[in-house]
Design a protein around this ligand. Structure first.
Ligand code: ADP
Ligand code: MG
Length: 140
């Protein structure tokens, strides 16, 4: 299996509860390596741009408000089959449906405040990484 990269966000509900380290430990324990990381407070424009694929969905406005409600930690993760590996440890979007031992089952507050974002394909991972990081900020 090839070593690939994915993009992760530790969302405002998790940073508010001081869970940056706990969430990152679960990512690392799942075989992912943090090769870039920064704590930022997204602007509304950044959040709207990042989630543009969801702009027709009913919850778009609330999602943007939530994502700018506090700081987030954006990360590039590297590992074998990184996109799937990250999605597996994240768990289902709705924590009520997430498997035991996943980040969302362990920490998410709700379907919206679900603690983490993870890219859903290699193609989207590349786009999302480039949205937040310059190549020289990623050190594998
Ligand atoms: P995922 O983050 O698991 O890839 P989606 O891409 O479908 O899920 O949705 C993006 C984000 O939008 C979710 O992580 C969650 O924060 C929010 N979201 C998804 N569905 C809902 C919903 N029904 N109500 C409120 N927020 C939602
Ligand atoms: Mg998604």
């Amino acid at each position: 299996m090839a070593v690939t990269r994915t993009f992760s966000i530790i969302k405002p509900d998790a940073t508010r509860r001081n869970l940056t380290g706990a969430v990152t430990k679960m990512l690392e324990d799942a075989g992912l390596r943090v090769v870039a990381s920064k704590r930022i407070h997204m602007t509304r424009e950044q959040a709207e741009g990042f989630y543009a694929v969801h702009k027709e969905r009913s919850f778009f406005g609330e999602l943007v408000d939530f994502m700018i409600s506090g700081p987030v930690v954006v990360q590039v993760l590297e590992g074998e089959d990184a996109v799937k590996r990250n999605r597996d440890v994240m768990g289902a979007t709705n924590p009520a449906d997430a498997d035991e031992g996943t980040i969302r089952k362990t920490y998410a507050e709700s379907i919206e405040a679900n603690s983490v974002h993870g890219s859903d394909s290699d193609e989207n991972a590349k786009t999302e990484i480039e949205f937040f990081f310059a190549e020289d900020e990623i050190v594998g």
